[in-house]
Design a protein around this ligand. Structure first.
Ligand SMILES: Nc1ncnc2c1ncn2[C@@H]1O[C@H](COP(=O)(O)OP(=O)(O)OP(=O)(O)O)[C@@H](O)[C@H]1O
Ligand SMILES: [Mg+2]
Length: 371
């Protein structure tokens, strides 16, 4: 029997999973067109799961695509001198792995090239890709880079510059043919000059939270496998309380279908939901820990959140405002229908109220003291 997953990416053979088929088709379409795509989304929104699925689709098309998945998380405390040679080794080893999965051997030329390849900076990276492209011929070499924010700051500019040169070159099949970069910080926070980037603003890819239909898709898989029914009110309430935040949607699933030990013969009702809800409002799970850590990053975050939550102080959702932009990047606030700042979901709102309660009390006491 599968289960709801909350620990990192989810896999269809062990977890219930939202297929995100429309988003997937959109992304694959961009790859087919050889686009360079960026996706920056808050933690635990399903970025890694999504791109793993995209790789599976591309891997299945072995005549056309040679896809690899890189992760820059490990480079976070390194510099360009460490980054480039290691990147080169990683790319070569991923190519070998992908070919092995396809039960294909690299040609002698490709093998020789990979054994002798040396990349030490952005210039040699460009040569590396040019030579690799010539050897791969018509295969479309596609790279997805997870945790892109980990790139050493002294490598960022040269890396993007080189990709831009390749992107703008008039080679018929560029190498890499398509690049997807995935991270948490947004473009502004990565602090690079847009004019050197190959990633167009219109090619920013959005991964939205789950819709009500997607939450239903997820829980229907559970019902199909176990026979246990959740009444529609419960599904609606899960969607409403989480605003479709993927981790929280699954966390409800874990509590309702496992931790509360409700017999499988019983229908899951609103009183069960209320119990699960209570638990989520008090437990420290990884998603809530991220929320609290992010709020504590900067005293100005608390100030703005206090205004939004306690003082009815409506603030226009203006992404040119650095604080608003950062809180939106972390998935803490979003824009409401009237263009104002709103806490992302009711669970975050409750947790923020609990977190800021002592500050607000202190603030009020201070005010009365000075009266
Ligand atoms: N397609 C999906 N179907 C069901 N649940 C999902 C799906 N994608 C993500 N989730 C939920 O979100 C959680 C995080 O998924 P994933 O690790 O893919 O996200 P991420 O955005 O890469 O996270 P991080 O920012 O921590 O790297 C999963 O453990 C699961 O609870
Ligand atoms: Mg991830």
């Amino acid at each position: 029997m599968r289960c709801f997953g909350t620990f990192g990416p989810v896999y269809p053979d062990i977890n219930y999973i939202v297929s995100r088929s429309e988003e997937l088709a959109d992304y694959i379409n961009r790859v087919q067109q050889g686009r360079y795509v960026v996706l920056f989304a808050p933690r635990q929104t399903g970025k890694t799961t999504f791109f793993r699925n995209a790789l599976d689709v591309l891997e299945a098309d072995s005549d056309l695509y040679l896809p690899i998945h890189l992760n820059f998380e490990g480079y976070v405390d390194t510099d360009a001198d460490t980054f480039y040679p290691s990147l080169c080794r990683e790319i070569c080893s991923h190519i070998t792995d992908t070919l092995q999965k396809r039960k294909k051997n690299p040609s002698d030329e490709l093998l020789h090239f990979m054994e002798n390849a040396r990349v030490i900076n952005s210039v040699s990276m460009r040569e590396f890709f040019e030579n690799l492209g010539a050897l791969l011929q018509n295969q479309r070499f596609t790279i997805i880079i997870d945790e892109f924010d980990g790139i050493p700051s002294d490598a960022l500019r040269g890396f993007l510059h080189t990709l831009r040169q390749i992107y703008l070159s008039n080679i018929r099949i560029k190498c890499p043919y398509s690049v997807g970069i995935v991270g948490v910080k947004n473009i502004i926070q990565l602090n690079y000059d847009r004019s050197i980037s190959p990633f167009n603003i219109q090619d920013e890819f959005k991964l939205f939270n789950f819709t009500l239909a997607q939450v239903d898709e997820l829980y229907s898989q559970y019902t199909e496998e176990t026979g246990q029914i959740l009444i529609p009110d419960v599904i609606n309430a899960i969607h409403k309380q989480t605003a479709g935040q993927p981790f929280l949607v699954n966390r409800f699933g874990q509590i309702l279908t496992d931790e509360l030990e409700i017999p499988k013969s019983e229908t899951i009702q609103m009183h069960h939901f209320n119990k699960a809800h209570k638990q989520i409002l008090k437990e420290r799970n990884t998603n809530i820990s991220h929320l609290i850590t992010n709020i504590r990053r900067d005293p100005r975050f608390e100030k703005l959140l206090m205004r939004i939550t306690f003082y009815e102080g409506r603030r226009r959702f203006n992404l040119d405002d650095e604080i608003i932009s950062e809180l939106a990047t972390y998935g803490i606030i979003k824009e409401d229908e009237l263009g104002m700042c709103q806490i992302h979901n009711p669970i975050y709102l409750q947790r923020i109220l609990q977190l800021l309660q002592p500050s607000i009390k202190g603030h009020k006491e201070q005010q009365s003291h000075f009266k």
